[in-house]
Design a protein around this ligand. Structure first.
Ligand code: ST9
Length: 193
């Protein structure tokens, strides 16, 4: 299968696929129910996001001649794995509460210590979720600072729930907290700001 076909680029990946576990499906259905009254919204997710909305930003930071070539080959890091091997996730936002929730199943190619989720992979999905929470308000956002406490290891291929909450906005700075709990909510694995 061609990994970078046109079809893949325009496909919304934030929907169930056959690699999803029962636990991830159940959480997905729970959040889709919450979307029915409009308080929550499922956020679609693509391998290649359109540059629109951040072209000024790109022009300031990137060499224009390199940009065109790069843009066609670029993939969103969290969507650059084959189905089931990397990050299987969906984000939901509640703009009134300034929250973003991410339900995630971390695949076997995210291993760090044997049988466990890689710390850098955990940070990646925290950054993406907290970043999305800020982006709901700030449009173009960059992470300036990321603090993390790894409290309990995350078993590889298990399902976790990330909760990002905007704590305060100060001018152009956004302060976001983020927790990672096990799918059943019993274990706090990671907390970050
Ligand atoms: C995106 C557009 C939409 C298009 C669609 C795309 C869709 C994409 C898919 C969804 C993605 C979702 C989001 C992903 C999020 C990932 C974000 C990253 O990893 S990004 C990759 C990783 N990140 C990067 O590569 C970012 C690299 N860093 C930078 O570019 C710059 O350092 C900066 C922009 C962060 C700040 O620069 P500058 O504006 O010149 O800063 P100043 O000196 O003027 O200070 C301003 C204020 O900030 C304070 N402050 C500053 N630093 C820190 C700090 N570390 N700690 C604490 N505070 C800090 C400072 O004290 C001051 O406060 P005050 O006095 O006003 O109170």
């Amino acid at each position: 299968r061609s990994f970078s076909s046109e079809k893949d680029i325009h496909k919304d990946y934030a929907v169930p696929n056959p690699t999803w576990s029962e636990d991830l499906r159940l959480l997905y259905e729970q959040f889709m129910k919450k979307c029915e009254d409009g308080s929550w919204e499922r956020l679609p997710s693509y391998r290649q996001h359109p540059a629109g909305g951040c072209s000024d930003f790109q022009a300031r930071h990137l060499d224009p001649s390199a940009m065109k070539e790069l843009t066609s080959r670029a993939r969103l890091f969290t969507r650059s794995f084959e189905d089931g091997l990397g990050f299987e996730y969906v984000m939901f936002c509640n703009d009134a509460e300034k929250r973003v929730v991410c339900i995630l199943q971390g695949g076997p190619h995210l291993q760090g210590m044997p049988g466990l989720f890689h710390g850098g992979a955990i940070l990646t999905i925290i950054d993406a979720t907290a970043g999305m929470c800020a982006k709901r308000i700030g449009k173009v956002v960059l992470t300036a600072n990321l603090n993390v406490n790894f409290k309990r290891p995350i078993p590889l291929c298990s399902v976790v729930v990330l909760n990002a909450q905007l704590e305060k906005a100060e001018g152009r700075k956004f302060f976001v907290s983020c927790t990672v709990h096990s799918g059943d909510g019993r274990t706090l694995h990671t907390e970050a700001t």
